[in-house]
Design a protein around this ligand. Structure first.
Ligand code: FAD
Length: 395
C-alpha cells in the first residue's frame, strides 16, 4: 500500500513536535513518525523530569557550530518569549532557577502534552514504533519511504531524529547517515555536556576521598569560560561547570580551574600572613573552600605550614595553583551519558532561514541533527523549538 502526505517528519522529539504543529497549522497533511513507543522521550527525562525548556539569555554566543552565524536567524524568529506565550495559552507556568534557566512547574510531561495538543489540533497524524528502512527521492520534492510493508510518499521530508547521545534510549546518528545518502556533508557527532574521567593515578591520589565534594569555580578551556559549580565524582569531575566546558575540550587538552573565583588569592594570603601568621594554610583554605578539598590540596599539591613561614615566592606559587589549577582529563564519559552531541549536518548545506537542504529541494533538517549545539541550561531545547518552528513555516 502507498499512503500520500504533504509532509513527513521523522522524529517526534522536541524539534519534530514543534515542526509538525506549525506545518499542520498551514493546512498541510502531516505525518509524524517515530521508532520509539512514545513521543518526546528526551523531553521527559530532561532537567531531572522538570524540563529546563528554555533560557532567557538565549543568544548565538551560547551555541557551538562550525558556522557560529547559522543559528542567528532561527533564534531571532522564534525566541524564548514565543515559547512562553505557547505555555501561557496552555495554562502552564514556570520558574527561573539560575542563569536564566526556566523550568516547567507542571513538569516535563506537561510540555509533551502541550506540544501534542498543538499537533492534534493541527490534524497531525502520528505513527509510533515505526522505523524507516529506505528513503528514495523520486524527483524534486517527491520522496518515498519504505517502512515494513508500507510505502509512504511525501513532497517535503523533515529529519528531526536528534543526535546519538544516550544510545540506550534508541538515539542514533540517523540524521548524518541520511544526509550522506543525499550527498550532504556533515560534521561527525561527538559527546558534549558530559562528565570528565581521570586516570586511576589521579583518582587514587589527588582526588582521593573527594567524591561528592562540590565547589564553585571559574573554568576555562579554549574558547570556553564558565563560572559554575564543579563536582568531584568517583570517576572524575562533573557538575555544571565541567559539563559546560566539556563541549570545548579535545582529548589531551588541559583545563584551567580557578578555585577561588571571588578573590585575588595572593592578596588574601598576604593579608592573612600578616594578620594570622600562626594559622596553617589548610585551616585558612577551609574557610574559602570545602574542608575536604582544602585538606586534600594541602596533602598533595600545596606545602602546608603556618602562614608566617612562607616566603613571597611560595605564596605566589600557592596562589597560582589555586587560581590557575591545571588539570588534564583522561577522557569523558562519552555518548553513554552525554546530554547532547556536537556535530551534525554541515550548516553550509542548509538554508538558515528555512532549514531546507540547498541541494535537495523538499528535504529539511532540524534540531540536534544540525551542527548547532547549545550550552547547558535550556539552550538546546530553544534551538529545537526555533529550528522546528522555522522549518514548519516552509515544509
Ligand atoms: P530528540 O528530542 O532527541 O528527538 C529525536 C526523536 O527522533 C526521538 O523521539 C527518537 O526516538 C526519534 N528517532 C531517532 N532516530 C529515528 C529513526 N531512525 N526513525 C524514527 N525515529 C527516530 N536540553 C535542554 O535544553 N534542557 C534540558 O533540561 C535538557 N536536559 C537533558 C537531559 C538529558 C538526560 C538529555 C539526554 C538531554 C537533555 N537536553 C536538554 C538536550 C535535549 O534533550 C536535546 O537537545 C533535544 O531533545 C533535541 O531535540 P531533537 O528534537 O533534535 O531530538
Amino acid at each position: 500500500t502507498m499512503e500520500h502526505y504533504d509532509v513527513i517528519i521523522i522524529g517526534a522529539g522536541a524539534a519534530g513536535l514543534m515542526c509538525a504543529a506549525e506545518t499542520g497549522k498551514r493546512g498541510r497533511r502531516v505525518l509524524l513518525l517515530d521508532k520509539a513507543d512514545k513521543i518526546g522521550k528526551k523531553i521527559l527525562i530532561s532537567g531531572g523530569g522538570r524540563c529546563n525548556f528554555t533560557n532567557l539569555n538565549t543568544n548565538p554566543a551560547a551555541y557551538l557550530s562550525h558556522n557560529p552565524h547559522f543559528c542567528k536567524s532561527a533564534l531571532a524568529r522564534y525566541a524564548p518569549q514565543d515559547f512562553l506565550n505557547l505555555m501561557r495559552k496552555h495554562g502552564l507556568s514556570w520558574h527561573e532557577k539560575t542563569l536564566g534557566q526556566l523550568f516547567c512547574d507542571q513538569k516535563a510531561p506537561a510540555i509533551v502534552a502541550m506540544l501534542w495538543e498543538e499537533c492534534a489540533q493541527a490534524g497531525v497524524v502520528l505513527r509510533l514504533n515505526t522505523e524507516v528502512d529506505t528513503i528514495i527521492r523520486r524527483e524534486a520534492a517527491s520522496f518515498h519511504l519504505q517502512t515494513g510493508s508500507c510505502t509512504l510518499a511525501c513532497t517535503a521530508l523533515v529529519i528531526a531524529t536528534g543526535g546519538p547521545s544516550i544510545p540506550r534510549m534508541g538515539a542514533t546518528d540517523f540524521g548524518i547517515r541520511l544526509a550522506r545518502q543525499f550527498g550532504l556533508k556533515s560534521v561527525p557527532f561527538s559527546p558534549a555536556l558530559v562528565p570528565f574521567t581521570f586516570t586511576q593515578d589521579v583518582l587514587d591520589g589527588l582526588f582521593a576521598g573527594l567524591a561528592g565534594v562540590s565547589t564553585e569555580v571559574a573554568v576555562s578551556c579554549g574558547e570556553g569560560h564558565f563560572r559554575e559549580y564543579m563536582l568531584f565524582t568517583h570517576r572524575g569531575l562533573s557538575g555544571p561547570a565541567m559539563l559546560q566546558v566539556s563541549s570545548y575540550w579535545h582529548k589531551g587538552e588541559t583545563l584551567e580551574i580557578n578555585l577561588l573565583p571571588d578573590r585575588d588569592a595572593l592578596e588574601w594570603l598576604s593579608v592573612m600572613q600578616q594578620q594570622r601568621p600562626k594559622t596553617e594554610l589548610k585551616t585558612l583554605l577551609a574557610e574559602a573552600l570545602p574542608n575536604r578539598l582544602a585538606q586534600r590540596l594541602c596533602e598533595t599539591l600545596l606545602p602546608n605550614r603556618p602562614m608566617g613561614q612562607y616566603g613571597g615566592k611560595q605564596l605566589q606559587a600557592i596562589s597560582q595553583q589555586l587560581q590557575a589549577w591545571q588539570l588534564t582529563p583522561a577522557g569523558t564519559e562519552g555518548m553513554r551519558t552525554a546530554e547532547v552531541s556536537l556535530g551534525g549536518v554541515d550548516t553550509r548545506e542548509l538554508s538558515s532561514k528555512t532549514l531546507e537542504a540547498r541541494k535537495v529541494q523538499g528535504l529539511y533538517f532540524i534540531g540536534e541533527t544540525v551542527d548547532v549545539t547549545g550550552w547547558l541550561g535550556g539552550y538546546n531545547f530553544q534551538w529545537a523549538w526555533a529550528s522546528g518552528w522555522c522549518a514548519g513555516q516552509y515544509a
